[in-house]
Design a binder for this molecule. Structure first.
Ligand code: GLP
Length: 255
């Protein structure tokens, strides 16, 4: 798994102004996404990168960690964390995920982590807002989840919200339970305002379900009811690159 794979040219197009690179399958999509991140680091070894977590990122981060890129001076922060998840003990902790798959293999020294165990999640959100608003990220990496959520910004999260405590949507809670995770109702998350401050924003997705979530956010109005539609704001679109597989692209292109 995650051996070097044959380079194949992507199918390139724009969807609602978003630059899309569509690859034949998940592996090629993930490898291309990893290459994009590695290029950002080559270009600026001290880049500030906002990492995403979840199944979508597993192959991307595996390719990145095998790429040989020197990331020791990168500044790393991340999108979100479950309230109550302990990075040392809870397998679903996003901080744990990133330590194991990125921070440690790439020997990243400068990491800014959200503390899901903070006694006051609200105070932790305030603390992290101060951290992430110090400097815009050079690259924000995103996946997409139920209802078109990005990070944990669920349906109807205002676009001008920064880091906050988010009540998770029933679909997200259900998804996590189906994945065998303990029930978590709340998360700490960077808000849409933090995400769109990124100098470059990349979105990675595979499969028809995620293609449908993105298509809904591209065909509906630009409105918090469609969280990923924030990426269509005219001042944001030129900074967005979408990496997707054919299954997701087929849905997107049929809209
Ligand atoms: C999760 C996370 C997001 C992630 C998305 C997709 O709920 N909050 O940061 O990008 O949903 O996750 P996955 O790739 O596991 O489907």
């Amino acid at each position: 798994m995650h051996e070097r794979i044959v380079d194949l040219p992507p199918h390139e197009y724009t969807a609602e102004g978003l630059r899309c690179f569509e690859y034949v399958d998940r592996e090629h999509t993930a490898a291309a996404a990893a290459q994009f991140i590695a290029q950002t680091i080559h270009h600026d070894p001290q880049a500030l990168i906002t990492f995403a977590t979840g199944g979508t990122m597993e192959p991307v981060l595996a390719y990145l960690s095998q790429s040989g890129v020197n990331a020791s001076d990168v500044q790393a922060q991340h999108l979100d964390e479950y309230v109550g998840a302990h990075p040392d003990y809870d397998p679903e902790s996003f901080v744990r995920f990133l330590r194991q798959r990125v921070f440690s293999p790439l020997r990243i020294q400068y990491t800014h982590e959200l503390n899901g165990m903070a006694a006051s999640p609200e105070a932790e959100a305030e603390r992290y807002e101060a951290v992430v608003s110090t400097r815009p990220a050079d690259l924000v990496i995103l996946g997409i989840g139920p209802g078109g959520h990005i990070a944990f910004n669920e349906v109807d999260t205002p676009f001008d919200l920064g880091v906050h405590v988010q009540q998770l949507a029933p679909e997200t809670i259900q998804r996590d339970i189906l994945r065998g995770q303990p029930r978590r109702d709340q998360a700490l998350t960077q808000g849409p305002r933090n995400i769109i401050a990124g100098k470059q924003i990349m979105l990675v997705l595979y499969g028809d379900q995620k293609g449908k979530w993105l298509a809904d956010c591209l065909t509906g109005p630009i409105d918090p009811h469609y969280p990923a539609s924030v990426l269509r704001l005219p001042n944001v679109t030129p900074r967005v690159t979408v990496f997707l597989d054919q299954a997701a692209g087929r849905i997107l292109r049929s809209c």
